[in-house]
Design a protein around this ligand. Structure first.
Ligand code: F6R
Length: 586
């Protein structure tokens, strides 16, 4: 959601912080701010917009001092305004903080602090941290005890970095990520390794319930009781430094194009994990698969494929819904959690519910050092490199490939993945930019798009609708073909476009019949198929394939169509409004 960063070192802090924030902007991007300490004073600049925009207006990177903090915001409490942007000063101006997460008891604390004369300028829950720290620091006169007292008073999920006017930095982690980067004569405190990867690949992943103090170039890690904690330094994969667009206009386009290669790499980073997963599945009575958004759509594919080819019955649960049906999770079962970021609060919550009933947790995750990976018994890495575009693209097809690999391990005789064929087919579809761009122009003025699919193509229809919504802000809905006559047909008229996912497999003729019924009501039809039909107003051809490869091949043109329609609508495909890449709040 938001990203936080702190820097303590020998170089000017502000430019380093601004660079780190640009790399982490995928986490949240409605406003940005930087504060630095110089000669015992804290100075601060902040504004509304993306890092680049705000920096070119008010030069966030021109602030004095070698110690500083920074933030990109994704609003939860209070509108997107300059006042609500972080960092926030405490009332005295002697402490400034940046915060990611939610302080649940901020209203109670605010009333108490206001009675004592503390002033609040913003509508945020975060500002409470600054004033609470000031109150405790004025009594205790020591950063360590101030943090211990403050975290004992806060309720919620948070990671924050606080800067004191004497130049000390402190940061605490409670159910939100916090990573220390250890450079040459410098320290970083960050929500993500991307915040400091250009400077160092030495990192300490702060455990939940711990805090950090940096003072006179000394780093101390303590738990919330004040006991010193020893934590290992991890070498972070330099691959994550590769978060540049290169020659591409947007990360999203780059990431769509990378799928030619990423489908080969899925699951390769974690040795034996696929085998171990297959064994765990074989020996478990109940299997549940969970995820949110796109990752949940991948879970629906898993249900279909594992059931059909490996004869394994699985239940899928939307992560945010599990808390309301937790009784369904049987003791000693297996939960497969799918998450690109490994930081989605809903997914982590589902995992903790499952763990309470002694479930084994298998994660399919892109970040091997994420909170989810660290909660798992078996980790399967998507290995698709950083995905910066907020809408999931390459991570989705990597998730599907991993599910396929597990299925192949369980059903060697009946299931075969044709990697080379899939990759070549993706390349072919990617040559089709001009036609897809033309269709994107046609859909740009439409207010409703429906996507129809049957069988395994239904999850792809839902995923397609999600992509269209996120990138184009057009209302889009996935419909199982057979359900058309049970209601959605009432919506069909000449004002809508319907995308028919219609590969030439067992679903073909039924889906074509649905297309005919829709066309008879005047709607425009976009057919995604390897077989041409006069019913389609627009035919997006995909190479001839089989049930296993089709879901991946169908996904690519929809990703491209969503991307180009976003450009036509003049929206930012990398950073859709109101969304964030890592949804670390519930
Ligand atoms: C869709 C999208 C979101 C994520 C969802 C889960 O394009 O990006 O729906 O799929 O927020 O995120 P992860 O996979 O990181 O748990």
């Amino acid at each position: 959601m938001c990203s936080i960063i702190g820097y303590y070192g020998n170089e000017m802090a502000a430019p380093i912080i601004v660079k780190g924030l640009k790399r982490m902007e995928y986490r949240g991007y409605d406003s940005v701010g930087v504060a630095t300490e110089s000669n015992g004073q804290i100075v601060l600049k902040k504004g509304i917009g993306k890092v680049e925009e705000v920096n070119s207006k008010i030069q966030l990177d021109v602030l004095p001092g070698k110690i500083g903090i920074g933030h990109t915001r994704w609003a939860t409490h209070g509108k997107v305004t300059e006042v609500n942007a972080h960092p926030h000063y405490s009332t005295s101006g002697k402490i400034a903080i940046v915060h990611n997460g939610i302080i649940e008891n901020f209203e109670v604390l605010k009333i108490e602090l206001e009675k004592e004369g503390y002033i609040f300028k913003s509508e945020t829950d975060s500002e409470i941290i600054a004033n609470l720290l000031q109150k405790n620091y004025e009594v205790l006169k020591d950063v360590k005890n101030t943090i211990i007292k403050t975290v004992a008073e806060l309720k919620g999920h948070y990671a924050f970095v606080a800067m004191f006017e004497n130049g000390q930095l402190a940061a605490a982690r409670f159910h939100e990520p916090l990573i220390v980067g250890i450079g040459k004569n410098s320290y970083f405190l960050s929500s993500d390794v991307l915040g400091f990867i250009e400077q160092t690949d030495n990192a300490i992943y702060i455990e939940n319930g711990n805090f950090v103090i940096i003072d006179k170039s000394k780093l101390e890690i303590l738990d919330f009781n004040g006991e010193n904690v020893k934590q290992e330094i991890t070498k972070v994969s330099k691959e994550f430094a590769d978060a540049y667009k290169g020659d591409y206009a947007h990360f999203t386009l780059k990431e769509i194009s990378e799928q030619v290669d990423t489908i080969f790499k899925a699951g390769e980073s974690t040795k034996d994990a696929i085998k171990n997963t297959a064994n765990q599945i074989k020996n478990s009575k109940n299997i549940y698969i969970t995820g949110s958004g796109t990752s949940y759509n991948a879970a629906l594919i898993a249900k279909h494929i594992l059931g059909k080819y490996a004869k394994i019955k699985v239940d899928t649960v939307i992560s945010s819904e599990l808390q309301f049906s937790s009784d369904l999770i049987e003791l000693n079962s297996t939960l497969i959690a799918i998450s690109q970021s490994g930081e989605s609060a809903d997914v982590l919550d589902a995992v903790s519910i499952a763990k309470k009933v002694n479930c084994k947790v298998i994660s399919i995750v892109n970040s091997l050092t994420s909170s989810l990976a660290r909660e798992s018994d078996i980790i399967i890495g998507m290995n698709c490199g950083p995905e910066i575009g907020v809408a999931a693209t390459k991570s989705f097809t990597s998730q599907i490939m991993i599910i396929y690999k597990i299925t192949e391990e369980l059903a060697k005789e009946t299931f075969e993945i044709k990697y080379k064929e899939i990759s070549e087919s993706i390349s072919k579809i990617l040559e089709n930019h001009d036609q897809i761009r033309h269709i994107a122009k046609e859909i740009k003025k439409i207010s409703d798009i429906y996507v129809l699919g049957r069988g395994i193509h239904y999850p792809i229809a839902i995923e397609s609708a999600l992509k269209l919504k996120e990138l184009t802000y057009i209302h889009a809905e996935g419909i199982p073909g057979g359900e058309l006559k049970h209601g959605p047909l009432a919506l069909m008229d000449s004002n809508v476009f319907v995308i028919i996912i219609n590969p030439n497999d067992t679903t073909y003729s039924d889906t074509l019949t649905s297309a005919r019924e829709i066309k008879a009501r005047g709607a425009k039809i976009i057919g995604i198929s390897d077989k041409k039909s006069d019913i389609y107003d627009y035919w997006i051809e995909i190479p001839k394939s089989n049930e296993i490869s089709y879901p991946i091949l169908e996904t690519i043109p929809i990703q491209l169509l969503s991307y180009y329609a976003a450009l036509e609508k003049d929206t930012d495909p990398d950073y859709p409004r109101n969304l964030a890449k890592s949804v670390t709040v519930k």
